[in-house]
Design a protein around this ligand. Structure first.
Ligand code: PLP
Length: 388
C-alpha cells in the first residue's frame, strides 16, 4: 500500500475500546462500539428514570427521531426531512411494499437481484400473496449481476426496482444512476438497500433521483442495533399511503383521532413509538463519521480495498468481489476452502472477519484501521492459508 497516497487524518482509534482486542475488519456486520455510546445510553437511562409524565415526548423523544433522520439524510446525500427512522431495514422495506396495490394493476412487477440480502427476498415473497410479480435477476458467478440484465428486466410492467446498492455477499455495487434512468423511462420507482454502502461509500440520493433508500446504523455507521432508516424522495412522499402504519404517522398524533389522516412529509412512513434507546445508541457513531467526513472515509476505503485486491490476486487467491473499484463497496471477499475454519484460525491470531457460503471470507477495512493493520491482516491470512 503506497504511503504516498495515504491521507493523514485522525482515525479516532481511542474512541473505540474494542480496537485494543485485535484487528477489527467486520464493519460489514457489526461496527465497533464508540466509547461515547455508553455515555449516551447512561444519559438516556438517567433521563428516562426521571420522567414523571408524558414530558419524555415533549422534551426529547419526538425530536430525536427527526434529528437522527436529518443526520442520516445528509450521509445519504438527501435533503432534510427526507428520512424517517425505522425499527430495522426489513421493516423499512415492508413499509415501502405496503404503499403498492399490486393486485389492482398490470404494473405489478418488482425487479430484485440474486445478490440482495435474503430479508428482501422474504418480504417480496410475502407480497406475491397480494399480487406482486417478482423477477429476481440472476448472477452467473455469484459475484456480479450484469447491469444489462437488470436494465432489461425493467420494463413497462415494473412498478418498483428494489435491490442492494452494495451486496452483502460479494460487495458488488450497482450503477445507481443507470438504474434510476432506465426506471424513469418506463415509469417505475427505485429502492436501493444502502445498508452496506452508507458510511463507507458516498451516496447521492437527491442527485440520482432515487425514490427510496433503506438501511440501518449498526455496520459502517458504528451505531447500535434496531435503528433503521427509510429515505423517501421529497416530491414523492405525499403521494404514498403506507398500509404498514400507526399513530406516529398521523398528521396530529396527539389528537387521538379515530380516522387516519397521514402526516404530510416523511413522518407518514413511521409506525408506533420509536426505538428511543436505539436512536441514542447511534449518536456517537454519527458524530465520529461526520467529523472524519464521508469523502475522506470513502477515499480511504477505495485506496485500501484496491491494495487488498491487488495483494489477493498476486497470491493467486480466489477473489469473490469485483476487481474494479467503481463496481465494489467497502469489503473484499476472498474464496477459501473451509471458510468457518479459516475465520477461527484468523480469530486465534486476533484478526476478526467473517464468512458467507460460496463467497468465503468477508474482510472490511474502515477509517479506524491503520495501514499496518490491513497489511498485517493480509500477511496473517497468507500464513494461515499456507499452513492449511
Ligand atoms: C444489505 C443488507 N440489507 C439488510 C440487512 C438486514 O437489516 P435489518 O436486520 O435491519 O432488517 C442486512 C444485514 O446484514 C444487510 O447486509
Amino acid at each position: 500500500m503506497s504511503a504516498a497516497t495515504s491521507s493523514i487524518f485522525n482515525r479516532r482509534r481511542e474512541e473505540f475500546p474494542t480496537l485494543t482486542s485485535g484487528i477489527h475488519l467486520l464493519s460489514h456486520s457489526l461496527g465497533p462500539v464508540p466509547r461515547k455510546a455508553r455515555e449516551a445510553m447512561i444519559a438516556y437511562t438517567d433521563a428516562w428514570e426521571h420522567h414523571t409524565s408524558e414530558d419524555a415526548w415533549a422534551t426529547s423523544w419526538w425530536e430525536l427521531s427527526e434529528k437522527v433522520g436529518d443526520r442520516l439524510a445528509a450521509l445519504l446525500g438527501g435533503a432534510r426531512s427526507s428520512v424517517q427512522v425505522q425499527p430495522n431495514a426489513s421493516i423499512a422495506l415492508s413499509v415501502v411494499a405496503s404503499c403498492f396495490d399490486f393486485g389492482a394493476s398490470k404494473r405489478n412487477k418488482v425487479v430484485t437481484t440474486a445478490l440482495d440480502f435474503p430479508s428482501m427476498g422474504y418480504v417480496w415473497e410475502a407480497q406475491q400473496r397480494l399480487g406482486a410479480r417478482v423477477e429476481v435477476v440472476p448472477t452467473d458467478d455469484g459475484i456480479v449481476v450484469p447491469l444489462e440484465r437488470i436494465l432489461e428486466a425493467i420494463d413497462e410492467t415494473a412498478c418498483l426496482v428494489a435491490l442492494s446498492h452494495t451486496s452483502y455477499r460479494s460487495s458488488y455495487r450497482v450503477n445507481a444512476r443507470a438504474i434510476v434512468e432506465r426506471a424513469r423511462e418506463v415509469g417505475a420507482l427505485v429502492l436501493l438497500d444502502t445498508y452496506q454502502s452508507a458510511g463507507v461509500v458516498e451516496l447521492k440520493a437527491a442527485e440520482w433521483g432515487v425514490d427510496f433508500l433503506i438501511g440501518g446504523t449498526i455496520k459502517w455507521l458504528c451505531g447500535g442495533p434496531a435503528c433503521g432508516y427509510l429515505y423517501v424522495r421529497p416530491a414523492l412522499q405525499n403521494e404514498l399511503q403506507p398500509r404498514l402504519t400507526g399513530w406516529v404517522a398521523h398528521a396530529e398524533p396527539f389528537a387521538f383521532a379515530r380516522e387516519m389522516q397521514y402526516a404530510r412529509g416523511v413522518r407518514r412512513f413511521a409506525q408506533g413509538t420509536p426505538n428511543i434507546p436505539g436512536l441514542h445508541s447511534c449518536l456517537a457513531g454519527l458524530d465520529i463519521i461526520e467529523e472524519v467526513g464521508l469523502e475522506t472515509i470513502a477515499q480511504e476505503s477505495r485506496r485500501r480495498t484496491a491494495w487488498m485486491v491487488e495483494f489477493a490476486l498476486e497470491q493467486g487467491w480466489r477473489l469473490s468481489s469485483p476487481r474494479e473499484i467503481e463496481g465494489r463497496g467497502g469489503s473484499v471477499m476472498i474464496g477459501v476452502d473451509d471458510a468457518p475454519r479459516m475465520v477461527a484460525r484468523l480469530a486465534e491470531r486476533k484478526v476478526f472477519v467473517d464468512w458467507r457460503p460460496q463467497v468465503g471470507l468477508r474482510i472490511s477495512p474502515h477509517f479506524f484501521n491503520t495501514d499496518e493493520e490491513v497489511r498485517e491482516a493480509m500477511q496473517i491470512l497468507k500464513e494461515v492459508m499456507s499452513n492449511e
